[in-house]
Write a protein that binds this ligand. Structure first.
Ligand code: F6P
Length: 560
């Protein structure tokens, strides 16, 4: 077993897997797929979901060795420590309890000795009451009009998760029905173009602005919040803030200082990491305003179902654990640096961008949780697009260029089925034909011999050959209701945590985003003094000085 300060790469289990890579290199996926027993063992079902990881470059022996690695990393203990509210985010001295955000009312989950579930439900009940008031029109704007449009301001974790869930629910029949006549928009980028796009076509009289920021200090969010406060007060007067602006934050003192009534603030807690916060008021408030609390509650229940599975299922049958271990295998042993997230569902178009933050901000680390430099890489480059759009964009590289392990996510029942009379299949079947075909194309490829048999001309054979042996996994969801969206979210959140637990890193801090923010502060000060006092540029290198000079000399920014 690895002691808390040892690196996982020093364990026998890690070394055993390193040696095992050579065995795997000798076997083509084409051959692995002929073993029906192996494939059957690589299917996992839970709560309506079916995971098939038979197209991973792994044998049953590989899986056993990965399970040994999990034991060496004390994975089960680490999962328990997370659920028990221990301060596993050691560099920030915090618990990691996003699971408490979706726990049933009678659950007991403690942080620092105190059950946090009642506090969670106090906020959920407050959101339910407030969103019903807004949706029913019993809370109106200053001119007496109902607030039918919502702009949620936030960035990073205070934006990507809610945007993903909103996009996923937009075409779900139940959610669609309950959102009739309402709009939800997200303002994230500090680029004033994003402000212009968000307010385009909206009237301050009928708009509610939700400022979402864990810290309430994030430069982008606060400037956007001031900009929309100006938009509201210019049209409706200073007192309109009380009716047209609310906030979600852990920093209620700064919310009040900003001018938002603390009664109109929705709290969350430092044990919720920003990128793990979609199940807090960060997501629940804007989504409840749009879809009603009862729809959003189903989303929370779906996530909670996976939490219980993750917490209590033995590791060999535990979906997030298996997914996490396979990712570690792909990154650290097979040396694949990226992962493609490919939902065959337009409703999941914002899933990859959300998982990008969850995964890359969590696991893109250079040192162990104890601060030791890592002799191996952690994290992967996550990217993705919905199928079939991706097929017509970057799949060429995935099929014949670099090897990128792919997650294929498919839905059995479409949210919006269409069948045209006379067509061979329904539109959804057409989509899903691709979902079923692509993993085999990647795994099997096409040999020169096959091409010769098809009378392909000699000069084209090298171009039309597919090496195959490219790993993927398939996750099939029964449908895409709010409940299933919650399941999907929690599977990926926990998978990322598993990877971090095995690598022995802190997946819950994000020090790597700080340096850029500090340097931007120097530039901001310089821009201000250059524009207002004509101060010459100072303290920047040749490159930045040249760029800044060009920017200042040629920019047409309004004068201060
Ligand atoms: O980009 C860094 C980060 O701290 C993220 O982790 C976080 O989700 C985002 O900024 C927004 O932070 P806040 O919710 O405090 O505005």
């Amino acid at each position: 077993m690895a002691s808390s300060t040892a690196l996982i790469s020093d364990t026998e289990a890690w070394k055993d897997l390193k040696g095992h890579v050579e065995d795997i290199k000798k076997i083509h996926l084409r051959d692995l797929m002929t073993d029906a027993n192996r494939c059957q063992s690589m299917m996992m079902e839970f709560d309506g979901l079916l995971l098939d990881y038979s197209r991973q470059r792994a044998t049953l022996e590989t899986v056993d060795k990965l399970l040994n690695l999990a034991k060496a990393a004390q994975l089960t203990e680490k999962i328990s420590r997370m659920f028990n509210g221990e301060h596993i985010n050691s560099t920030e001295n915090r618990s990691v309890l996003h699971v408490a955000l979706r726990a049933p009312k009678d659950a007991v989950i403690k942080a620092d000795g105190k059950n946090v579930v009642p506090e969670v439900w106090n906020v959920l009940d407050k959101i339910k009451e407030f969103s019903e008031k807004i949706r029913s029109g019993s809370w109106v704007g200053t001119t007496g009009k109902p607030l039918k449009d919502v702009i949620a301001i936030g960035i990073g974790g205070s934006f990507l998760g809610p945007l993903f869930v909103h996009t996923a629910l937009q075409t779900d029949p139940e959610a669609l029905e309950s959102a009739k006549g309402r709009q939800l928009r997200f303002l994230a980028n500090i680029d004033p173009v994003d402000v212009a796009r968000n307010i385009n076509g909206l009237n301050p009289e009928t708009t509610l602005v939700v400022v979402v920021s864990k810290t309430f200090t994030t430069a982008e969010t606060m400037l956007n919040a001031r900009t929309l406060r100006e938009w509201i007060t210019a049209a409706l007067g200073a007192s309109a803030v009380a009716k047209h602006m609310v906030a979600v934050s852990t920093n209620l003192a700064l919310v009040e200082k900003f001018g938002i009534d603390p009664n109109n603030a929705f709290a969350f807690w430092d044990w919720v990491g920003g990128r793990y916060s979609v199940c807090s008021a960060v997501g629940v408030l804007p989504l409840s305003l749009q879809y009603g609390f009862s729809v959003v509650e189903k989303f929370l229940k779906g996530a909670s179902s996976i939490d219980q599975h993750f917490q209590s299922t033995p590791i060999e049958k535990n979906i997030p654990v298996l997914l996490g271990l396979l990712s570690v295998w792909n990154v650290s042993f097979l040396g694949y640096p990226a992962r493609a997230i490919l939902p065959y569902s337009q409703a999941l178009e914002k899933f990859a961008p959300h998982i990008q933050q969850v995964s890359m901000e969590s696991n893109g680390k250079g040192v162990s949780i104890d601060g030791l430099p890592l002799p191996f890489e952690t994290g992967e480059i996550d990217f993705g697009e919905p199928g079939t759009n991706g097929q017509h964009s970057f799949y060429q590289l995935i099929h014949q260029g670099r090897v990128i392990p792919c997650d294929f996510i498919g839905i059995v029942k479409s949210q919006q089925p269409v069948y045209l009379k006379g067509e061979v299949v329904s539109n959804h079947d057409e989509l899903m034909s691709n979902f079923f075909a692509q993993p085999d194309a990647l795994a099997y490829g096409k040999t020169p011999e096959q091409l010769q048999k098809e009378n392909v001309s000699e000069n084209l054979i090298p171009h039309k050959t597919f090496s195959g042996n490219r790993p993927s996994l398939s996750l099939l969801l029964p449908e895409l209701t709010a409940y299933n969206v919650g399941q999907l979210l929690a599977i990926y959140e926990h998978r990322v945590a598993v990877q971090g637990f095995v690598w022995g890193i802190n997946s819950f801090d994000q020090w790597g985003v700080e340096l850029g923010k500090v340097l931007a502060t120097h530039v901001r000060k310089q821009l201000h003094s250059s524009r207002t006092q004509g101060t010459t540029l100072e303290g920047f290198n040749y490159s930045t000085t040249t760029l800044l000079k060009r920017y200042l000399e040629t920019s047409s920014e309004p004068q201060m």
